[in-house]
Design a protein around this ligand. Structure first.
Ligand SMILES: Nc1ncnc2c1ncn2[C@@H]1O[C@H](COP(=O)(O)OP(=O)(O)OP(=O)(O)O)[C@@H](O)[C@H]1O
Length: 242
């Protein structure tokens, strides 16, 4: 690309450079570099403990100590607090889904802070996940794992965020529900959302993602496009230990 073309290239939705993160004395990310272009689905793959969740949490600013650069649509956020980072249009679905016993489905959907008016209404979320409409007054923890995951994703869509960070959305779910989550991710992508996904299920990841990063010991050790991941899938499955 010429210098002039580079000047006019749009900033990626998310650009991470030389990201380090620590829990107390424990140094767990060792210079992560990654880019998430707007409108794409990117998956982080890696063994347990590799640093995938910590990468997502670092983007949200909820890791105690981090260093490097995390730019959201060109804006540096490494020094910002979580609330301010969220206002730049990013929302996080944690691995434990963050669903409460004391709130019912409707309350979970009415609780999120809206960053602007582009967030879905509760009705629009219920149209996307009709199962939830039938469970509107059920306490969050009485829902099945799949319903909890739909609620966790639905809650992020209420905020108006356009970059969604999903941590292992298919973990522990039955195949038909995994398929529904896959359909939802493809639909969100078609609607222009950008998604950064952590996933252990390689076949699921291959069915939704455009690009893949392999994380090992807090570093990116490989990058694949769709074609590359298909060619390397068997070796990768052995490497991931799944
Ligand atoms: N709150 C914490 N306090 C201390 N160490 C932590 C904490 N959370 C994670 N770690 C450690 O940081 C490293 C990276 O963990 P992380 O959860 O990011 O890995 P992961 O790739 O997401 O794997 P998993 O699927 O097991 O969550 C691991 O060694 C883990 O034990």
């Amino acid at each position: 690309m010429t210098e002039a073309a580079m000047k006019h290239a749009p900033e990626p939705m998310l650009a991470i450079r030389d990201l380090h993160a620590w829990y107390g004395e424990s140094h767990v990310l060792h210079g992560i570099d990654l880019e998430v272009p707007a409108g794409q689905v990117i998956t982080l793959l890696g063994r347990n403990g590799a640093g995938k969740s910590t990468t997502l949490k670092s983007i949200m600013g909820i890791v105690p100590r981090r260093r490097g650069s995390i730019r959201l649509a060109g804006v540096e956020t490494i020094g910002l607090r979580p609330f301010h980072i969220a206002r730049h249009g990013v929302a996080f679905c944690p691995e434990d889904r963050g669903i409460y016993a004391t709130l019912d489905v409707r309350e979970h959907l009415e609780l999120p802070t809206r960053i602007d008016d582009s967030g879905l209404s509760t009705e629009q979320v219920l149209d996307l996940f009709p199962h939830l409409r039938e469970r509107l007054h059920s306490p969050g923890t009485k829902l099945s794992g799949g319903e909890q995951q739909m609620l966790a994703i639905g809650r992020t869509l209420r905020t108006g965020a356009r970059l969604l960070l999903l941590d292992e959305p298919t973990e522990g779910l039955a195949p038909s529900i995994v398929e529904h989550i896959g359909d939802t991710i493809r639909l969100l992508k078609a609607q222009g959302y950008t998604i950064l996904l952590v996933e252990q299920n390689l076949h699921f990841a291959m069915s939704v993602a455009d690009h893949f990063y392999l994380i090992d010991h807090g570093q990116v050790t490989a990058r694949y496009d769709r074609k590359g991941i298909e060619q390397d899938a068997d070796a990768l499955l052995a490497r991931l230990g799944v």
